[in-house]
Structure formats: structure tokens, C-alpha cells
Design a protein around this ligand. Structure first.
Ligand code: 13P
Length: 247
């Protein structure tokens, strides 16, 4: 039985004040979440504040990206050991926004997956197709290519220690959610690809998941939780999504 995981991806949003308010609301309501593991992935500069507020609570925290290097002359980068130093449990790897706007290749993403695990972090590996790719009927090919690059570089056992997030690019921030059936189909494909570690790997759905559609998505056999963007910026909405995982 896989414990559901609901992780918030704040992306490049927030201020010290708004994050203090958000985390205050989250702490006040977290008791209503009985089943899911809950985490928030904060902009790196707010990790110290996030840690100060969440230490000792059931809510974990993480980063949104990690360098392939452990230290050195890489101006602007954040290393895995630095995230670990601030108590991060998770780090998002290969988000479509990083692939699209920062030119991250499948190979770079695979190297980041290894760097995260070397620092003791749990990578949340994002995969997913664009609208054009879905319309061309190559969703499974794209997702397979993204997954296989990480499996080839890190090995299947290492992938088994991580978390996968299926995030169809066309559903991110657009209000267009994949239907539960569309999402389930790709989740089942992903799990099939993970062969021997399939039973233990959590596969999250991400893309306009919100309090209205969360229950239906989370009811699917191969959807083990969510990676939540916009709806993770309001404590009540995020808590409602987390609670939808209660069994
Ligand atoms: P939205 O929930 O805002 O669509 O974002 C999803 C996402 O990209 C999470 O990583």
C-alpha cells in the first residue's frame, strides 16, 4: 500500500509575509489530513523561513531544482547538500518549466536525479507531454523517453526510491485538467515501465489539480497523490486537496 503524497510547488511565488501566512494556515489545518504525506516545495531563498515554521510539524519541505554538481564554481546554482542542510526531504527534478525555459535535457534531468539522491533527498521526477505531442498521439513515447533516460543513468532501483509526477504540460496553470481516465491511462503506462519497482513507486498527478477535481483524480488506481501549483498557494485549497486523499 503506497502512502499518498501531496506536494505543493509554489514556483516563483510568495514573499516572507505571504509565506508566513500560508504556512500558518497549513499548520492550523493539517490535523484534518489523516492519510497523505504532505510537503511544500519553496523557492530556495525561503527555505530557511519554511524550515523555521515547519520544523516539528508533519509537513515536509523541499526545493524546486538542484544542481548536478555538489559544490564549486557554479554561480547561482543550489547544490543538493545545501538543500539537505536546510532540512529538505524532497526536490522537484525536471519540471516542464525547467525543461522548456532553462533547456534541461533528459540527460541533465537524469544527472540531477542522481545528485539529489547522493545528497539524501527524495527526487520528484516530472514527466509529461505537450499539447502538440498529445495531438500527435506520441504521449507514451515522450513519457517513456523521459523515464528511460533516468532509468538508464541511475538504474531502476534508484528510480524506485524516488517519486514520479505525471504533469501533462497542457494542463499546467491552464485550468484544463486531464480527465481522471486520461490521467489514469498514462499513470498505468508509467507504472508498467517501472517493472520490478512498480508496486512501491508513488506516481503523482500534476496540472490544474484543485479542491474540485482532486477526489476524482485521487480515486484512480495508479494516482498516488498530487503535485499542486496554483492551488498550493492558498492554505484552504491546499488542505482540501490533501484531505481528498483521506481514506
Ligand atoms: P498548476 O497546479 O498551477 O497547474 O501547476 C501544476 C504544476 O506545474 C506543479 O508542479
Amino acid at each position: 500500500m503506497r502512502q499518498p503524497l501531496v506536494a505543493g510547488n509554489w514556483k516563483m511565488n510568495g514573499s516572507r509575509a505571504s509565506i508566513a501566512e500560508l504556512l500558518g494556515g497549513l499548520k492550523a489545518g493539517i490535523g484534518q489530513v489523516t492519510t497523505a504525506e504532505v510537503a511544500v516545495c519553496a523557492p530556495a531563498i525561503y527555505l530557511a523561513d519554511t524550515r523555521a515554521q515547519l520544523d516539528g510539524t508533519p509537513v515536509a519541505w523541499g526545493g524546486q531544482d538542484v544542481s548536478v554538481h555538489a559544490s564549486g564554481a557554479y554561480t547561482g546554482e543550489i547544490a543538493g547538500p545545501m538543500l539537505a542542510d536546510f532540512g529538505c526531504r524532497f526536490v522537484i527534478i525536471g519540471h516542464s518549466e525547467r525543461r522548456a525555459y532553462h533547456g534541461e535535457s533528459d540527460q541533465t534531468v537524469a544527472e540531477k536525479f542522481t545528485a539529489a539522491q547522493a545528497a539524501g533527498l527524495v527526487p520528484i521526477l516530472c514527466v509529461g507531454e505537450t499539447l502538440e505531442e498529445r495531438e500527435q498521439g506520441i504521449t507514451e513515447q515522450v513519457v517513456a523517453r523521459q523515464l528511460d533516460a533516468v532509468i538508464a543513468h541511475c538504474g531502476l532501483d534508484a528510480v524506485g526510491e524516488g517519486v514520479i509526477a505525471y504533469e501533462p504540460v497542457w494542463a499546467i496553470g491552464t485550468g484544463k485538467t486531464a480527465t481522471p481516465e486520461q490521467a489514469q491511462e498514462v499513470h498505468a503506462f508509467i507504472r508498467g515501465r517501472l517493472a520490478a519497482v512498480a508496486d512501491k513507486v508513488r506516481v503523482l498527478y500534476g496540472g490544474s489539480m484543485n479542491p474540485k477535481n482532486a477526489a476524482e483524480l485521487l480515486a484512480q488506481a495508479d494516482i498516488d497523490g498530487g503535485l499542486i501549483g496554483g492551488a498550493s498557494l492558498k492554505a484552504d485549497d491546499f488542505l482540501a486537496v490533501c484531505s481528498a486523499a483521506n481514506r
